[in-house]
Design a protein around this ligand. Sequence first.
Ligand SMILES: [Fe+2]
Length: 345
Amino acid sequence: MKRRILMAAGLSSGLGLIIPQHSRAQAPRTLNLYSARHYKTDEALYGNFADLTGIKINRIDAEPDPLVQRLRTEGDKSPCDVFITVDAGRIERAREMGLLQAVNSPVLAKAIPAHLRDPDNTWFGFSKRARVIVYNKEKLTAANGPKNYEDLADPKWKGKLLIRSSGNIYNQSLVGSILAALGPEKTEAWAKGVVANFARSPRGGDTDQIKGVAAGEAELGVSNTYYYVNLMRSKKPEDREVAAKVGVIFPNQANRGTHVNLSAGGVAKYAPNKEAAVKFLEYLVSPTAQKYFADGNSEYPVIAGVELSAELKSLGTFKEDQLNARVFAQNNAEALKIMDRAGWK
Ligand SMILES: [Fe+2]
């Protein structure tokens, strides 16, 4: 995910300048948001919340690990109310460090499917992305390509696979989900098979793997859906050409389903404005907010009935792995060790 490292304390939407009638008599209500997401549509997302509630959002944008570190260092003096990140693995780390608090909201419980939120209600998924197989359309068809993640280890794909490094959390989460499905021995054998099929030593992000597949450097690649859809929706014709050369396979449709990951958020342990924080999380599952939140990065909303972009819709529907995100997130350390032993750079 492309995130600007931007310390933007106090930054809020221009719409925040309109002071709602009901808040004039009292001190302005604010919500302090630590966010590892930054998209253009987020401005509208936050501005709309200010219009609806009179609560102004002060946002601090940074990379996820420094944000977790900051929360930890600030301790009970932290001004953070809500923490938002991408990948369940990262927000689960914040939970494990005791940086989040449980929120028992019937609104959130009803809106968000159980596998997309922490069973202890410390974090909730607000948009989702699938980790899919991409293929070069000139060399393969969906019918003769791999059907399952497991197939990526098949020797028939030797030298034909592009996937980013094991240091990437999306891969760690994917392997965490495979670990839950297959157990450690089979997962390690799989990882070794995958490494044996690499077309090159891993480098670059998911978009680079898609571009490599489009350029014919390999027949297959692995990517989150939004990187592919963002290429489809790009203003640059060369990006759209890349997307046009590549097809998408949703793996494991005949069994457990395709691995999905999340953009997730939770209320900070020492949130000074807890009521506003809960209100904000509940706002995020409203149809309007879901549209902004998901569409800003071409992700899938977590609630049903939200209109998708034509490009995302063109990928079709798919069966998703119902494994709770906390399980694959907790498998992170073991997944990483397995990838290391397999020689996955
Ligand atoms: Fe990303």
